[in-house]
Design a protein around this ligand. Sequence first.
Ligand code: KG4
Ligand code: ZN
Length: 340
Amino acid sequence: MQTQADIYILAIESSCDDTSAAVCKNGKVLTNISADQKIHAEYGGVVPELASRAHTANIVPVVDLAMKGAGIAMKDIHAIAYTRGPGLLGSLLVGAGFAKGMAQALNIPLVDVHHMKAHVMAHFINEPHPQFPFLCLTVSGGHTQIVKVTDYNVMEVLGSTIDDAAGEAFDKTAKMLGLPYPGGPLIDKYASLGNPMAFKFNEPNIPGLDYSFSGLKTSVLYFLKDKLKDNSHFIEENLSDLCASVQYTIIKILLKKLKKAAKETGIQEIAIAGGVSANQGLRKYLSEMAVQEGWRVYIPDFQYCTDNAGMIAISGYYKFLKGETSSLLLPTLARWEMNE
Ligand code: KG4
Ligand code: ZN
C-alpha cells in the first residue's frame, strides 16, 4: 500500500554494456531489470558505438519492465537517479539523456550518481549492512580501489591501481587462454576445477596501498609462449589449472593490500563490491581471511555485484534524502575520481 511518506526512486544505469533500470521504495529495491549485450563477445571486448546503440534500443523496454514489476505509475515517482559517470561516454549519454528527459516531463528532481560509489552503496540494498566507517575493496572492469566509507556516498580512496584493473587482469589473461569476453566469469568457472598452486606467476611489489596488474599479464604471456613452444596443446590440457593459478594470484594481490589497509586504519568492517566481487575464489579466500583477522565481512548478492540499477537507486535514494538533487545541465563524465 502506498502512503504519503513513501519515496519512490526510478534509477537508470548505462555506463558500460548493461542497460538497467530499478525502482526503489523507501530504500528497498522493488525491481532491478537488466539487458546485457551479447554482441561484444565476438569482438573480444566492449565496442563503445555498439554499446551505445544497444542502450538506445533497450532502455524503454527495460524501464517499462522495472515500472510494471514495481506496480507503480510514472506519477508516483519522486526522483530519477542516473549514472553520471565514470564509464563510456556514448553509453552514459543514453541513460543520462533518458533520465533528464523523463525528469523534465514529470517535473521531478534528478539525482546524479557516481558509478563506483554506487557499487559500494550496493551494500545498503539488503541486510546486514556494514557499519561506518568500513573499508570496501571495489573491483570492477575499470577500477580497483580500497575505499574508506564514512557515511552514505561519502568515501575516500586509500589506494588504487596504477595500471590495469582487477577485472581487466581477469579478462586479458582469459583472452590469452582463448576464452571469450568477458573472461572473468569463465576463469572463475574453470578455476573451481583446477589446482591454484599448479603454476606460479609474478606478484607486483608496489609501495603503499596501490595495486598493479600489468606485470601479471606479461608474466602469463611469457609463460604461455614458452610452454606453447614445446606443446601446442598446453592451454587445452591445463586450462583448469591455468585459470585456478591466475585467479589465485589476482586474489592474493587483492587481499594482501586489503589486509594492510585494515591494519593501518584499524577498521575491521570489510566489504567487497564491483563485478569481480562475484568471483567465488575471492569470496572464499576473503571469508577465510576474515576469520583469521577477526573482520566482519560483507559480500553483496550476485545480482548486485556486476553493473545494475539497484545500486544506482540506493545511492540516489540516500542522496535524495540529503537534498542532493542535480541540475539538468550537468554533463556526463567518462572519467570522474571518487575523491572529487
Ligand atoms: O562492475 P562490472 O560489472 O562493470 C564495470 O563497472 O566494469 O565489472 C565487470 C568486470 C569484468 O572485468 C568481468 O570479467 C568481471 O567484472 N567479473 C568477474 C566475475 N564476474 C564478473 N571476474 C572474476 N570472476 C567473476 N565471477
Ligand atoms: Zn561497474
